[in-house]
Ligand binder design. Sequence first.
Ligand code: GDP
Ligand code: MN
Length: 301
Amino acid sequence: KVRRDVQRFDLNKVTITNDPVGNKEKILILTPMARFYQEYWDNLVKLNYPHELITLGFILPKSKEGNAATTALQAQITKTQKGARPFRKVIIERQDFEPPLASQDESERHKLANQKDRRAAMSKARNSLLFTTLGPDTSWVLWLDADIVETPPTLIQDLASHNKDLIVPNCFQRYTDDSGKLAERAYDFNSWQDSNTAQELAATMGPEDLLLEGYEELPTYRTLMAYMELEDMNDVRAEVPLDGVGGTALLVKADVHRDGAMFPPFPFYHLIETEGFAKMARRLGWHATGLPNYKVYHYNE
Ligand code: GDP
Ligand code: MN
């Protein structure tokens, strides 16, 4: 007799393969969202991975901006879920703490002095979202920021086909240059390979100090995926090993998170948030890989 109050899951049967569509693997797309962008939603809906295998999870801050984003998000969810290709499930969470910064503007966000508090808060938001949504049948977790407005519709299959523990595309930003021409530039500097200089700097730091990337005040000489020059710049499948990763778009085997890898909201080996996550995953035996020529695009404020 089958008991309804007992559910059994054999984690060995939750496959995580390079053919997730063929094996009907369930994926959880997780997005911390401070602002709602229609371009993000339209791009998400265009993903051609079977929507019945996709669960969406959102966490939004308890703030005026967060309220507005929640309203806009809910309207789009209602529309999509009534349509021809609804997602398997959608989970919306409101954060139980206020964001540390009053302003979410790009210049304010990126000030060095604001990094520790801001990224600690981001870590907690990501962890809350992860620990409340990861299921025993989840094969993959795709972290996708709310301001990623352009990815190939095949994003999930493309990334999963590499069969890597953590895999991260190169996050760029489109802009109009001085002559009025459409151009693009690197956006995310959190995907990198470590350097001796950074290691030596870290050795001189106190336990609470962070070794952040992308700041003149902290020259790390790490090799940034954003600026890597490969022999063949057209090979979108080219892979590089990474020590730190950004989270704007990041595909993770769910086993990595199930093993306990999360986003440290404190300095962990002088790293925090997504970069700390890559380090923690590494300590658990998992490896991060970058795709320098496979680009996704961040909104331009
Ligand atoms: P940046 O692009 O690295 O400067 O980081 P963002 O400010 O864009 O933040 C990364 C992601 O987290 C985006 O999807 C934001 O919408 C979202 N976000 C930013 N701050 C908060 C917050 O306080 N709470 C939550 N839940 N999400 C946030
Ligand atoms: Mn962003």
